[in-house]
Design a protein around this ligand. Structure first.
Ligand code: ATP
Ligand code: MG
Length: 346
């Protein structure tokens, strides 16, 4: 069986370092491993509209920002199909048929959607499109017969829901759909990177992000303002590394070579953590180290972005061609689905 990836992002803002460690970095590795037969990366503009219906301009503008972020982290249009969700109308048709296989109470149990509804103050009036976006996400995944979905931890309930739809569809109508597997980051710190404010998730909608395109001065300012252990008041005090955002970021980003370059007193992160826990290592020093690590990681990404930014028509052309390829694949799946349902009448 072929190995196929489908994943993507909502164009609700520029991509941030949470996206990078949660999904983007892995995608690029998988792309370059040559292990996969096809890779589809989707800019989920239709999904973004489900909670931004009154602001289509925001979604429209962020399509190009997300595409620039993709190219600048190393997603390569020669190896990965980059496309725009709304340009593939077959996805909507698939969603419509899948809706019959899911109950309202099943959707209401989805913990990610629950917390997103609370975050957006949607409790009393949830847009139907937003409420049902896990179904449309199942359409996105199955349209490409994806076997592997590399995403952050918040997407786990969506993949579960998708699997249930696949099983239900295949058992009612006959085998036409492929069950996907989630691929979570193997590093626990990357499952759900906290915001610089220490909140549970760095998220475009919460404004607690360090963006991939962020300028050096601004990265530094954000890092120096980050939350740490609130009880670590004096340098000599013993500090806590568990749940400390600065150390979570270091878990996600620091490599041994960063120590040789920026903190030669320590061979690796464990030694730095041990010193912090014993006492005698100040927050400012740790933050300066984190700043150096992030600057080293983000500089080449930012520079590549500036190059791609000079040729926006090229970026749109990449998306146009990718959308064409994606539509061909989705059309085939829709035909398989309609055959299985025996609704191909003519
Ligand atoms: P929004 O607030 O509009 O939902 P978002 O920041 O949550 O935006 P998405 O486009 O919903 O971003 O998520 C894209 C991908 O990035 C998903 O695979 C998601 O799991 C992953 N991701 C998002 N935020 C984080 C994070 N803080 N840590 C790890 N992975 C993340
Ligand atoms: Mg999200």
């Amino acid at each position: 069986m072929s190995k196929i990836i489908l994943t993507g992002d909502r164009p609700t803002g520029k991509l941030h370092v949470g996206h990078y460690v949660g999904s983007l970095r892995r995608r690029v590795e998988l792309q370059n491993s040559g292990e996969f037969d096809k890779i589809f990366i989707m800019i989920a503009d239709a999904q973004a509209l489900t909670d931004n219906a009154d602001n289509p301009e925001k979604v429209r503008q962020n399509i190009i920002e997300v595409a620039l972020d993709y190219l600048s982290v190393g997603l390569d249009p020669a190896k990965s199909t980059l496309f725009i969700q709304s340009q593939i109308p077959e996805l909507t048709e698939l969603s419509f048929y899948y809706m019959n296989l899911v109950t309202v109470s099943r959707l209401q149990r989805n913990p990610t959607v629950k917390s997103e509804i609370a975050m957006r103050n949607f409790e009393t009036s949830i847009p139907v499109g937003f409420f049902t976006y896990p179904i449309s996400q199942a359409a996105d995944i199955t349209a490409f017969k994806a076997t592997t979905v590399p995403v952050g931890e918040d997407q786990e309930p969506m993949i579960e829901q998708c699997k249930e739809i696949v099983r239900k569809f295949n058992s009612v109508y006959g085998e036409a759909l492929v069950e996907p597997e989630i691929l979570l980051p193997d590093n626990a710190a990357c499952l759900r990177l906290p915001g610089i404010d220490g909140k549970a998730k760095m998220s475009k909608s919460l404004g607690n992000c360090i963006y991939l395109s962020e300028e050096p001065e601004s990265i530094k300012k954000k890092v120096m303002s980050m939350f740490t252990d609130p009880n670590h008041l004096r340098v000599e005090d013993p500090g806590q590394v568990e749940g400390n955002p600065v150390f979570i970021y270091l878990d996600a980003f620091a490599k041994d070579e960063h120590f040789a370059e920026f903190a030669p007193d320590y061979a690796n992160l464990q030694e730095m953590k041990d010193h912090y826990k014993r006492g005698g290592l100040g927050d400012v020093k740790v933050k300066k180290f984190l700043n150096n690590v992030l600057q080293a990681e983000l500089e080449p990404i930012r520079n590549r972005r500036k190059e791609f930014q000079k040729d926006i028509p090229y970026v749109y052309e990449v998306l146009r061609k990718g959308s064409q390829v994606a539509e061909e694949v989705a059309t085939q799946t829709l035909s398989d689905v309609k055959n299985a349902m025996r609704i191909n009448y003519f």
